[in-house]
Design a protein around this ligand. Structure first.
Ligand code: SF4
Length: 216
């Protein structure tokens, strides 16, 4: 385990998150599944990490009442599923960054993911690879603007400045450290900003840190 990961585990625990260490992807998947009761209602935030772990297939197995946000016949149905996801027993997501002093930093376009993290689902399982760990919140802001958002914009084909350049417009404008600075695109994916600093409801948020690179 590298020093950054070890620091993050200790700091998250100090901030009252339930913390798990996974040596590899398979162990992370097993830990996550142990945390989901059979028959539980479940939803997910958009996440390359969950895809890479194969957890979507597990959630679709029939063992759970999965509100599948990727399966919809209309935009209305999609919106309804995203809303229902905020009231589930279990919500699964990754985090755009995890700091060595125990913070979860996330940036959303719509906000359903950080909404669920903040309040709603009875249990939230956050799974993050070691590549998401940064020293401080300032580094987390930069990470999103230079790694997470450009790659997500590419994945979603948003046509934003960062999709083309590989970094946020605010980097070229010299104000990358300003959390909310960015482009004016209608498809901007950086609209809502969340710092989860300490767990208020005991055992609600579980963080699984994986000793492998996952997602972006
Ligand atoms: S604000 Fe715009 S350019 Fe900057 S990272 Fe977000 S989507 Fe990309």
């Amino acid at each position: 385990m590298n020093e950054a990961l070890a620091n993050a585990l200790v700091a998250l625990k100090k901030n009252r998150f339930d913390v798990y260490y996974a040596e590899n992807r398979e162990e992370a998947r097993e830990i996550a599944l142990e945390l989901i009761p059979e028959g539980a209602s479940c939803a997910v935030g958009g996440s390359a990490t969950l895809d890479q772990l194969g957890l979507l297939a597990d959630l679709r197995s029939g063992k759970y009442r999965f509100i599948d946000r990727y399966d919809f016949a209309s935009q209305e149905e999609r919106e309804e599923k995203l809303r229902l996801g905020l009231m589930t027993d279990v919500f699964l997501m990754s985090s755009n960054a995890v700091t060595e002093d125990g913070l979860l930093y996330n940036v959303d376009g719509r906000g359903n993911r950080i909404g669920a993290l903040a309040h709603g689902p009875k249990s939230v399982i956050v799974i993050a690879g070691r590549n998401k760990i940064v020293p401080t919140l300032a580094d987390a802001v930069i990470r999103v603007k230079t790694v997470a958002a450009p790659l997500n914009a590419k994945r979603l084909n948003c046509g934003t400045y960062c999709q083309e350049k590989g970094h946020c417009l605010s980097v070229d404008q010299g104000c990358a450290e300003n959390m909310t600075a960015g482009c004016a695109s209608r498809r901007r994916i950086c609209s809502k900003f969340s710092v989860e600093g300490m767990q208020f409801i005991p055992h609600r948020i579980k963080v699984i840190l994986v000793d492998d690179d996952l997602g972006f």
